[in-house]
Design a protein around this ligand. Sequence first.
Ligand code: PEP
Length: 254
Amino acid sequence: MKPKYVIAGNWKLNKGPSETSVFVRDLSDQLTHEVKNSIDIIVAPPFTSLPFAKASGIYIGAQDVHWEDKGAFTGEVSAPMLKELGVQYCIVGHSERRLYFNETDRMINLKTCTLMRNGIKPIVCVGERLEERKAGLMNNVVRFQLSAALFDVEIKRPDDLVIAYEPVWAIGTGDVATPQQAEDMHEVIRQYLEKHFGINTGSEVRILYGGSVNTDNIAGLIEKDEINGALIGGVSLDLAKFISIIKTVTEKER
Ligand code: PEP
């Protein structure tokens, strides 16, 4: 069965509570039930805006989580806390967290495990840096990141886990991967998932592309068989553009 498309907005450090509530209300109002039912739409605002992100037909995503449920970890937020707020998805291992907050593969694995234990779907980000691509190492880099992030992970249902292929050189740069470059990497990820989680599960885990997705390039990307949606940063902050991307993907679904 072809998995349901996902369009997820990663808002990063943007939009406080009031902007968030207006955005999600307008987003939900401007989409028909048919559109909202046909694909999974996620917005991932900052922690303090999460309680204000509830709107019919829109899933709430967090951008990070701590791996412990509670304890002496100043400044952190746990999976049970997110769950209590109604969070259904959580981004883990985003390249900005790896780069600016020294997040390691081990931490990403612990976070993935705690999310799955608590019934929140991790969106695990993987992707190579430009120098790794230039050296032809991208397949190995991504396979290594997957093996580390998914160590000891059990997938009960394929839609309990989402992978986002986000080449670091494409994030926030305007340098989108070509549909074929993205598809090639999604095939590497698909093969990894099928090998380690079995063909039935591995073939249905959603794999998103992320990195400078916009209203002009989404149609070409979504044409590719292994691209099951997109994780969108900058452009997801603009309601009209986010809706336009959702509609392009919904057309493909029909
Ligand atoms: C991201 O941060 O996950 C991302 C894909 O950003 P952008 O769309 O702005 O490149």
